[in-house]
Design a binder for this molecule. Sequence first.
Ligand code: MSP
Length: 485
Amino acid sequence: MKKTFYITTPIYYANDVPHIGHTGTTVFADVVARYKRLQGFDVFSLTGTDEHGEKVALSAEKAGKEPQTFVDELALKWQDYWKQLNISNDVFMRTTLPGHVKIAEELLEKLKAKGDVYEDTYKGVYCVGCEEFKSERDLVDGKCPEHRPDQVQYREEKNYFFRISKYIPEIKKRLEDGTLPLIPENKKTEMLAKLAEPVKDTSISRQNVKWGIPIPWDKEQTTYVWVEALMNYYSATRIDWNDGVNREEFWPADVHFLGKGNNWFHSVIWPSLLLALDLPLPKNIFVHGYYNVEGKKMGKSLGNVISPQDLMDKYGIDGTRYLLCASMPYVGDSDVSFKWFDEKYNSALANGYGNLVSRLSKLYRDVPEMVLEDSYFEFQSNDASERVFGGHDNGSNYNDAYNVYNLSEVTELFNRAVTNINSYLTTQEPWKKAGDEKIQILRFAIGQLLEVTHAISPVMPETAEKVFNLFKDKSASPLILFARI
Ligand code: MSP
């Protein structure tokens, strides 16, 4: 039986189009999904849009549109971006899908039946930008560190509450002993620090928000958007996607990918809800940092938002995928700029890999009698990919990096391997040699190049296809993969 692997991105608010932050997470998860498929896993990869709630409703109102029309249009835009970027998601979740609504309702009823829901008055501060109730310690000078001051308001209203406090000791224990693995380590430390202080029960409904899933037993209230949004990961395995695939066996998720701002929801609230629902918890949670632009937080008001389109126009699809992976450190935030992207693109892709490919494909075409056996292109079996992915660098290797989702390390291993092959050619000087001697040097170098190409193929799938084709089919004309900027 094939092993399954279920990977998710956050479902993004359908109130705007994606920027590089959303694009980063989506590309990272796609790279891992592709890697797992190469390893022989039956993969279920999910992304989508979070379409209910106050923030989305307000944006729709501002645009002068009905919320459903507004989110329908945006959901198409998000899907279009992911298609352009070659994201291989199996489903595109939308929280307005009737299938999701139905399962969210069932889960809410189950929570209530468990005795974990009670009615009370919510008093406190709410940030519409985060769609989150804020405690004093979340705010800086009374302001949300992520959103404009007008997004933060004092509220007092009747809400239903989830008895999360009942589950916090168990969550804390699991985070500490690693049975709820949260990586990298510093992201776990942050959550444990927050958990060292008392956790108040969380509100799961809203009194004055119309655009949401009505609370099944009290239609005056709608479900708090974060609660039903988190439930999407589970509902996706129960919805009939009309593709003949039963996805029930994919639960629990093997990994949820997200950026640090969503950590608390995924690492504390979601697992607590699952405990209350007697459902298995995710096997891993992977949290990356944020992209900042030229040392500043990215934001509309600062006018420094980088869109995926800016990157695709300049660096192409695979260039964009590569640069996003290369620029996000495993731990901590990323500081990007077009200057940095240009330099990395030129050194790693145009002068490094691109140049190596064109050098070798030319040398290969200069020796008409040289033909590569099929075995040069056989990476698909598990054994072969172990050999290929595992075989490259002293100490650390591709498999280790991919398996902990350290994708900037993957790109580093790739860069070093490319440099090594280039220096091998420089010392061996095959262009000065002839006959068998020349062929042996080329065989070795091309073999290495194809292995490196296979190893980076989850990051740059189209490029890998082109390169394989260049060496499979000698009549294919050489191409410039990455034009210098
Ligand atoms: N709708 C919620 C998520 C619900 S998941 C059940 C939400 N949406 S969001 O549109 O704000 O997207 C948040 C996600 O976008 C983060 O988890 C992260 O993946 C990504 N990022 C948003 N800004 C980012 C950066 N500046 N840098 C990197 N990633 C960032 O929150």
